[in-house]
Design a protein around this ligand. Sequence first.
Ligand code: PGA
Length: 263
Amino acid sequence: MSGSAITPWVVGNWKMNPMQAGAKQLVQELKQLLLDQPIEESKCHMAVAPVALALQSVQAQLQDSSRSVCTVAQDLSRIAGTGAYTGEISAELLKDSGIDFALVGHSERREIFGDSPAVINEKVKNALNAGLTVIYCVGESLQQRESGQAEQTVLQQICDIAPAVQAGQWQSIIVAYEPVWAIGTGKTASPADAQAMHAKIREGLSQITPAGQNMAILYGGSVKPENAVELAACPDINGALVGGASLNAVSFHKIAQAFANTK
Ligand code: PGA
């Protein structure tokens, strides 16, 4: 198999940022950079995940971009369809609004909002059944890493979603490995450690589905232009899920460039 034959994805996770005017400016700057210094679509897929309120305006603003930049929901409801569920946004509502991607299982959802494996499975199932591509986030805590549980934790998180995924749906999943201790901390897993975990994830996926050989496995956790080239050089790192650095158009564009040029 060759993890390096997979077209990389660079996805910006804007989290609960910025205000509408900031989002507009960020997209404008990114579009201009992509015009001035193009990144071939065949070399790197790109996407951004704004807050739910800005999904459609960001998508509309990206429509006349010189290349495709997809729009990703940061979360979705564990309830499918429509109904009396105050405050929720279902997979079907996202799809109906032209949104084709959703993050599921981000560590902030797991830790702060209590998304359990059962809830995550419902979200994964709903998203896939509605025709969304899922960016499924996994990663160990510092304590799990220090006690030698990193690999077991992450492989368990991969196995957790297996009951929610039908055989033909694995190709609609992108995995993002984000060690929790590296998110927003400035600490990055060393490229060697990240590659080792990505290879394990690919092995784990391949035991579940033949699609595992071709699934993109992104790295996330303090990715920035300064470490992107080294990470991109690792054969099983097929892109990045970028938080903080994606709020700066120049940094985000540089990270995508690094993956496009290195892969
Ligand atoms: P970070 O966030 O790049 O700011 O560490 C990554 C993420 O949480 O997706």
